[in-house]
Design a protein around this ligand. Structure first.
Ligand code: ZN
Length: 172
């Protein structure tokens, strides 16, 4: 396994649309494992999309409670797709390893049903609420080149980008 480099804004590769995988092959399984290891190496990581490590496949990993209050589970998903979303919305604080040190409230569907292929190439369906629902929507957005800051007002987005530039100047 390997820890992969996570791309940060404004890297244009984060805006690419990822392509579906034909099947979950040995290569895709290795990618899932590397992404999971990368996620564990980053503190407070809940999810990671392949696009964030520069791979344009529709693959995501999520470490979240299976149901609200259930045990932690490491989801490895290929071709994840929301097949149903509740009209009920919920707002939660989101962050992203591709937008370091920025957090903002984003409103999304409170409940989603999603289908995907697991690491054994088996079709699965999950009925997600809470953090898992938020995370599935956030990670699938990545596969379509969408970032959580896209949902913010231009002013808030600009503030996050400015703050990041400042942090980078201080680091340099
Ligand atoms: Zn993200």
């Amino acid at each position: 396994m390997a820890i992969l480099k996570v791309l940060e804004i404004p890297n244009p590769r984060l805006r690419c649309t990822a392509q579906p995988v034909a099947n979950v092959s040995e290569d895709i399984r290795r990618l899932m494992d590397d992404m999971a290891e990368t996620m564990h190496a980053l503190s407070n990581a809940v999810g990671l999309a392949a696009i964030q490590v520069g791979v344009e496949h529709r693959v995501i990993v999520i470490n979240a409670e299976k149901e609200d209050g259930g045990p932690q589970f490491l989801y490895k998903m290929a071709n994840p797709e929301v097949v149903w979303a509740s009209e009920d919305r919920s707002t939660s604080m989101e962050g992203c390893f591709s937008v370091p040190e920025a957090y903002a409230e984003v409103e999304r569907a409170a409940v989603v049903h999603a289908t995907y292929l697991d690491e054994n190439n088996q079709p699965q369906k999950v009925e997600a609420t809470g953090v898992l629902a938020t995370c599935i929507q956030h990670e699938i957005d990545h596969l379509n080149g969408v970032l959580f800051i896209d949902y913010l007002s231009p002013l808030k987005r600009e503030r996050i980008i400015k703050k990041l530039e400042k942090v980078r100047r201080l680091r340099a």
